[in-house]
Design a protein around this ligand. Structure first.
Ligand code: SF4
Length: 238
């Protein structure tokens, strides 16, 4: 496995993984439990936004989810604000850690107030997208072979700048970026040549992006755990 890029919210790596397995892990992200607000009771809302809009905005806020969170984990929060200006997610009171505290909830004019209580709970992405932990996508890694008669025009058409001219030859730089658009092969074909051969390898370039509730590592490990559990249940039933 080779890590190409890693930040707090995103990891891109290359690994030899069967496409079917990668797709199953991607789909099982919808079985990973994450926290989101599911009930909002609004006592007062002087802002210009309807109660339903305020509740919808609160429901979509990503909330940090502990690794140990189970199916019945809940947390109560409240928001009591009287001020002039934007009301932010970080102004919530309670045992939740909103990922993006600077997310605006609504705007209050001078003298206006908002007062509400809400309940966050764990849920799964297949129930509602507010419980999605993030995204995963992948593509094949390609092997690019270039013949000595390759026309230099291929350098200009490659949208990923993978092909370069060096000492009169065409060479590749970072083939992991190739998305098999075939533009280079078409240039060769127009000139009656077959100078570039591109074949998929057994490796995939996999990108995992977290919405912030869980780390990318936890997203993958919890998805794999859920997949394993279902496979074990299927085996038992056979
Ligand atoms: S297939 Fe497309 S991306 Fe890949 S090397 Fe050729 S032109 Fe570049």
């Amino acid at each position: 496995m080779k890590t190409i890029k890693k930040t707090d919210e995103k990891v891109i790596f290359q690994a030899e993984v069967e496409e079917g397995l990668a797709n199953a892990i991607r789909r099982y992200l919808s079985q990973v439990l994450v926290m989101a607000v599911d009930e909002v009771e609004i006592a007062k809302n002087d802002s210009a936004l309807y109660d339903e809009t305020v509740a919808h905005r609160i429901g979509l806020l990503p909330i940090k989810t502990s690794k140990a969170a189970g199916e019945k984990t809940t947390a109560d929060i409240k928001l009591i604000v009287k001020k002039e200006g934007l009301v932010y997610a970080k102004e919530f009171d309670g045992k939740v850690n909103v990922v993006y505290g600077d997310a605006p909830i609504t705007f209050l004019e001078k003298g206006q107030e908002i007062e509400l209580v809400a309940k966050a709970r764990t849920g799964k992405g297949d129930e509602h997208s507010k419980f999605s932990p993030g995204l995963m996508f992948y593509r094949n890694v390609f092997d690019i072979k270039i013949g000595g008669d390759c026309p230099k025009e291929v350098v200009e058409v490659c949208p990923k700048n993978i092909l370069k001219s060096k000492d009169g030859k065409i060479v590749t730089v970072d083939t992991s970026k190739c998305d098999m658009c075939e533009a280079c092969m078409e240039v060769c074909e127009k000139q009656g040549k077959d100078s570039i051969k591109i074949t998929p390898t057994k490796e995939l370039t996999i990108t995992v992006e977290s919405f912030g509730q869980l780390s990318t590592e936890d997203m993958i490990s919890k998805s794999v755990d859920a997949l394993r559990k279902d496979l074990a249940d299927v085996s038992k039933g056979m």
